[in-house]
Design a protein around this ligand. Structure first.
Ligand SMILES: Nc1nc2c(c(=O)[nH]1)N[C@H]1C(S)=C(S)[C@@H](COP(=O)(O)O)O[C@H]1N2
Ligand SMILES: [Mo]
Length: 165
C-alpha cells in the first residue's frame, strides 16, 4: 500500500509540471490552437518570449536564402514548444503576420532539430528582421534540407500555429 502510494506520488509529480502551462506575464507572441492538451487560455496555448526561451533550445550558425552571410539563430526546439502545449496532431498550419501560411508536418519537430528562432545574432528579432519568431530548419546539420520544400516551410513573422487532428 505504502509502495503503491509512493508510486502514485511519483506519477503525479512527473505528470504535474508537464501538464501545467503557466500564464504568460509578458506580451503573447505565439498562440497554438487546435489539438492542444495543455491549454492556458480559452482552450489555446499562449506563450510570451520568456516562456519560449525557458524551453530547451538550440543555437545554430548557418546560411539561409533570406540572410547575408553566416548568421546565428537561437530559440526553443519546435518539439519543446509543441510538447509544452501538448500538441497531439499530425499537421500544423503555421501562420505569419503577413497572412502567409505553410502546412508543416508535426514530424518535422521530432525528426529534425527545427527551432522557433527568437533571436538573430543574439538579439530578439524585430518584425522588420522577420521576427518575432521564425521557423528555422537545421540547414547547418543537413545540407539536403536546403531546397524549396523546406524554404516554403521556413515561415517568418510567425504569429500562430493551428494544429489539425
Ligand atoms: N512570413 C512569410 N514567410 C515566408 C514567406 C512569406 O511570404 N511570408 N514565403 C515562404 C516561401 S514560399 C519561400 S520559398 C521562402 C522564401 O521566400 P522569398 O523567396 O520571398 O524570400 O520563405 C517562406 N516564408
Ligand atoms: Mo516558395
Amino acid at each position: 500500500m505504502k509502495r503503491a502510494l509512493s508510486f502514485l506520488a511519483i506519477v503525479l509529480l512527473a505528470a504535474g509540471p508537464a501538464a501545467a502551462l503557466e500564464m504568460p506575464k509578458g506580451a503573447v507572441i505565439l498562440t497554438i490552437s487546435g489539438k492542444v492538451a495543455h491549454p492556458n487560455l480559452d482552450g489555446k496555448a499562449v506563450f510570451d518570449l520568456d516562456m519560449l526561451e525557458a524551453l530547451q533550445g538550440r543555437t545554430a550558425t548557418m546560411e539561409t536564402p533570406w540572410t547575408e552571410g553566416k548568421v546565428q539563430f537561437a530559440g526553443p526546439l519546435l518539439r519543446a514548444v509543441l510538447t509544452a502545449a501538448g500538441v497531439e496532431g499530425q499537421t500544423m498550419t503555421v501562420k505569419a503576420l503577413n497572412g502567409y501560411t505553410a502546412e508543416v508536418p508535426v514530424s518535422d519537430a521530432y525528426d529534425m532539430e527545427t527551432i522557433l528562432a527568437t533571436r538573430l545574432a543574439g538579439k530578439p528579432m524585430s518584425v522588420r528582421e522577420k521576427g518575432p519568431l521564425m521557423l528555422v530548419y537545421p540547414f547547418d546539420l543537413d545540407a539536403s534540407l536546403y531546397n524549396e520544400r523546406y524554404f516554403s516551410r521556413s515561415v517568418w513573422q510567425i504569429q500562430s500555429i493551428e494544429v489539425a487532428p
